[in-house]
Write a protein that binds this ligand. Structure first.
Ligand code: NDP
Length: 503
């Protein structure tokens, strides 16, 4: 075919070919414009509507398609079809993000990183919507909106506020564990390729015999952990705010496909009942010594979406989207997210957000949901739109029935939060500081905390500082001392508090 035949005609959105795309129809060459030049209206009106609501959290992100390959057999734990054969491959989409910043914010901000995965499985899409931290700041979804407000802008100054952040953290000791991870150099990862991903919540796995175990999902970077120091992150923030986006695209484009090893930790229902800490509390990890990592597979990213808006901006993940063989747990934050994520997508993208190609299940979708804005999949055609009916052959397959879950209590008791292990907010943060961090990591952690806490101001400054110092002291005396010294705070009043730290 010649180039002449290949030529595409310029058209309006409704397909009408037209010629003049730069000069608006006017009365004479200098005259006012004519209302009838509707091509001008179409161009301006569509441009005005290019932005969709920004995600309230995780607004700045990068994404890529890839493949998940099973390397080890975990069928003793799960009947999920994506795991049913060693060597089996499933297409995935992974979106990384920062959390607190706006869509134009810098990639190197000190912040957790979102690690949201969509597996396009034959039994439907499975979304594992995690972070680069195995834990979270709060353990109850009722606190989520308040917490996120403290990570955003002060209502009066419209600036980020260390006072708001530390005030909330100081008043919520459960956040200490995640605050330490955030303030360590892992709070400023070098790129999205050099961080671990975690499902963070506790989930269930259910096998062919309908037996349930609880699990945590881990994705260990095969590129190695690499972080910026606080100073380096600040420098890159100014020089290249899109550093992580650029790094991901360039790596995949040159064929250097990033990989993560997927692993699980497994806990039996009996172990969950007798655990000294609440295994459904997302501010706690499961110690590897008691719950070792089990190899599952390799995740590889190998395709940059050809259009950022289409696939990355419109990507919608929901922890509610599980597949047969994977179930929920009583993790309160997970339960809250089951509602909030689809709700956010319906607001941001519309009721039919699951028909957008990046979100669409590539296998059969059969139900009786109809109509709504932007219904673009044929809307079920002339098939029945109600259930049950005598006409179609859609059946509810009993083999997908989830087994009953044993729950501990029949009391609707939401004030008593003092059960065993519920309020120990210090043991695991203390272990993180004393056993996991290297000497250099500890120096950087303290310096990063001090740099951040120096931003606290206003009439309640000393209350907030003192309250937060108590938490550091209770986790580890050396940590408390080092931060207090860095802030130039008199430590004498903290010594009784420090003595309360767990053995
Ligand atoms: P382990 O020594 O068995 O594991 C420590 C974990 O910490 C490893 O997963 C390690 O994996 C990760 N880690 C190492 N350096 C850092 C760092 N600078 N920042 C964050 N994570 C790091 O100990 P336990 O399982 O008994 O856990 C002890 C503490 O380790 C926990 O209280 C928690 O704070 C932290 N941790 C635990 C995890 C878990 O799932 N058990 C996961 C991550 C952190 P890697 O270097 O590959 O990330």
């Amino acid at each position: 075919m010649s180039n002449e035949t290949n030529k595409q005609k310029l058209t309006t959105a409704s397909g009408r070919p037209y010629f003049e795309n730069e000069n608006t129809m006017s009365v004479g060459p200098r005259g006012p414009l004519l209302l009838q030049d509707y091509i001008l209206h179409e161009k301006m009106a569509h441009f005005n509507r290019e932005r969709i609501p920004e995600r309230v959290v995780h607004a700045k992100g990068s994404g890529a398609f890839g493949t998940f390959t099973v390397t080890d057999d975990i069928t003793q734990y799960t009947k999920a079809k994506l795991f049913n054969q060693v060597g089996k491959q499933t297409r995935v989409f992974l979106r990384f993000s920062t959390v607190g910043g706006e869509k134009g914010s810098a990639d190197t901000e000190r912040d957790p990183r979102g690690f949201a995965l969509k597996f396009y499985t034959e039994d439907g899409n499975w979304d594992l919507v995690g972070n680069n931290t195995p834990i979270f700041f709060i353990k109850d979804p009722k606190k989520f909106g308040d917490f996120i407000h403290t990570q955003k802008r002060d209502p009066r100054t419209n600036c980020k506020s260390a006072t708001m952040m530390w005030d909330f953290w100081a008043l919520n000791p459960e956040s200490l564990h995640q605050v330490l991870l955030l303030m360590s150099d892992r709070g400023t990862p070098y790129s999205y390729r050099h961080l671990n991903g975690y499902g963070s919540h506790t989930f269930s796995l259910i096998n062919q015999k309908n037996e349930r175990v609880y699990v945590k999902f881990h994705f260990k970077t095969q590129q190695g952990i690499k972080n910026f120091t606080d100073a380096e992150a600040g420098e890159v923030r100014g020089k290249d705010p899109d550093h992580a986006q650029r790094d991901l695209v360039e790596a995949i484009d040159r064929g250097d496909f990033p990989r993560w090893a997927m692993k699980i930790q497994v806990m039996t229902e009996e172990q969950a009942r007798t655990s000294p800490f609440n295994p459904f509390d997302v501010t706690k990890v499961w110690p590897h010594g008691d719950y070792p990592l089990v190899d599952v597979g390799i995740l590889e990213l190998n395709e940059v979406p050809s259009n950022y808006f289409a696939d990355v901006e419109q990507a919608a993940f929901a922890p509610a989207h599980l597949v047969d063989g994977i179930g929920f747990s009583p993790d309160k934050m997970l339960q809250g997210r089951l509602l909030s994520y689809p709700d956010a997508h319906r607001y941001r993208l519309g009721a039919n957000y699951e028909q957008i190609p990046v979100n669409r299940c590539p296998f059969a979708v059969n139900n009786y949901q109809r109509d709504g804005q932007m219904r673009i999949d044929g809307n079920g055609g002339s098939a029945p739109n109600y259930w049950p009916n005598s006409f179609d052959n859609i059946t509810a397959d009993e083999s997908y029935k989830e087994p009953a879950q044993t729950l501990e209590s029949t009391l609707a008791d939401w004030y008593d939060r003092n059960g065993p292990g519920e309020n120990d907010h210090y043991t695991q943060p203390g272990q993180f500081y004393s056993k996991v961090l290297s000497d250099v990591d500890r120096v950087h952690l303290v310096q990063n905390i001090v740099n951040s806490m120096k931003g606290i101001d206003g009439p309640r400054k000393q209350d907030i500082v003192n309250r937060q110092l108590c938490h550091f002291f209770r986790a580890n005396i050396q940590l408390g001392l080092a931060v207090a010294q860095g802030l130039g705070t008199d430590i004498s009043s903290f010594m009784p508090m420090a003595n309360q730290q767990p053995a």
